[in-house]
Design a protein around this ligand. Structure first.
Ligand SMILES: NC(=O)c1ccc[n+]([C@@H]2O[C@H](COP(=O)([O-])OP(=O)(O)OC[C@H]3O[C@@H](n4cnc5c(N)ncnc54)[C@H](OP(=O)(O)O)[C@@H]3O)[C@@H](O)[C@H]2O)c1
Length: 220
C-alpha cells in the first residue's frame, strides 16, 4: 500500500483525456508532469494554460516525477510505456481497445485477457488500476460534483491491489466522482467498449447494475 502522500501526478499522454486529467489535477493542487510522443516542446500551449503547477516532460521524466502516473495513450503503444521508472508505483490506465485504431490484438479479440491486464503484464511491479476509461473526455471537467451530492456520477475502477484502488478512489472523489469497484483487473472487461456502462452518465447504483449486466463480446 502506498502510504506516502501523493502530490505529484505524471501523465503519459496529453490528448483528450490526458489534458483533462491534468486540468483536474492542477485544480486540486497536484503538481503535474505531462508528456506525449512528440516531445515536451510541443506541449507549451497546454502547459501555459495549466499554469505553474504543470510542466512538460518526456514520458520517462513524467513517469519518474509522478507519485502516481496516468497512462492515457492509444492502446497500440502500450509497450512504449517506460517500465523501470514506474516500478512499485500506482499506474492509472485509461486505455481502451479499438481495433480500427490499434490494429488487432489476438488476446483481446479472443477475450483471454483485458486491456489493463496487458499493461499490468508490461509493468510487472507497478500497481495498475483501470479508471477513467468510460467517460468522455469533455465530461471529466463538467460532470464532477462535491462528495455527498445526491445522484453524483460514478466511475468504475478495477485493480489487483487494494491500497492502490483506495488511493485512486480518493483521487476520483477529489475530482468529483463516486467510485464503483468492478473487482480485479480481469473484471475490467465489464466496462469495456460496447458494454452498458461505457459512456453514459451513471450513478453508483446504475453503474453496479450495468457492470453486472455486461456481456462478453462473444455473447453480444
Ligand atoms: N477520448 C475519450 O473521450 C476517451 C475516453 C476514455 C478513454 N479513452 C482512452 O484513453 C486513451 C487516450 O485517449 P485520448 O482520446 O486522450 O487519445 P488522444 O487524444 O489521441 O491522445 C493520445 C495521447 O497519447 C500520446 N502518446 C501516444 N503514444 C505515446 C507514447 N508512446 N508515449 C507518450 N505519449 C504517447 C499522444 O501524443 P502525440 O500527440 O504527441 O502523438 C497524445 O498526447 C485511449 O486508449 C482511449 O481509447 C478516451
Amino acid at each position: 500500500m502506498q502510504t506516502t502522500a501523493i502530490t505529484n501526478i505524471g501523465l503519459i499522454g496529453a490528448g483528450h483525456i490526458g489534458s483533462q486529467i491534468a486540468r483536474l489535477a492542477v485544480a486540486n493542487g497536484y503538481n503535474v508532469a505531462i508528456s506525449n510522443s512528440r516531445g515536451p516542446e510541443t506541449l507549451s500551449a497546454l502547459v501555459a494554460e495549466l499554469g505553474p503547477r504543470a510542466r512538460a516532460a518526456t514520458a520517462v521524466d513524467a513517469a519518474r516525477a509522478g507519485d502516481m502516473v496516468v497512462v492515457t495513450i492509444p492502446l497500440k503503444n502500450y509497450r512504449a510505456v517506460p517500465v523501470e521508472p514506474l516500478a512499485g508505483k500506482i499506474v492509472i490506465d485509461t486505455n481502451n481497445y479499438y481495433p480500427e485504431r490499434d490494429g488487432h490484438i489476438s488476446e483481446l479479440d479472443n477475450e483471454s485477457t483485458t486491456t489493463s491486464e496487458l499493461l499490468q503484464a508490461h509493468l510487472p511491479t507497478s500497481k495498475v488500476v483501470k479508471a477513467f476509461n468510460h467517460i468522455y473526455a469533455a465530461a471529466l471537467t463538467t460532470d464532477g460534483q462535491p462528495p455527498g451530492t445526491k445522484n453524483r456520477r460514478a466511475l468504475a475502477i478495477a485493480g489487483d491491489d487494494l491500497g492502490a484502488k483506495a488511493a485512486v478512489s480518493r483521487l476520483l472523489d477529489q475530482f468529483g466522482f463516486d467510485t464503483v469497484d468492478a473487482g480485479l483487473l480481469k473484471e475490467g472487461w465489464r466496462i469495456q467498449r460496447d458494454t452498458p456502462g461505457y459512456g453514459p452518465r451513471r450513478t453508483a447504483a446504475e453503474l453496479r447494475r450495468d457492470l453486472a449486466a455486461a456481456k462478453r463480446y462473444a455473447e453480444q
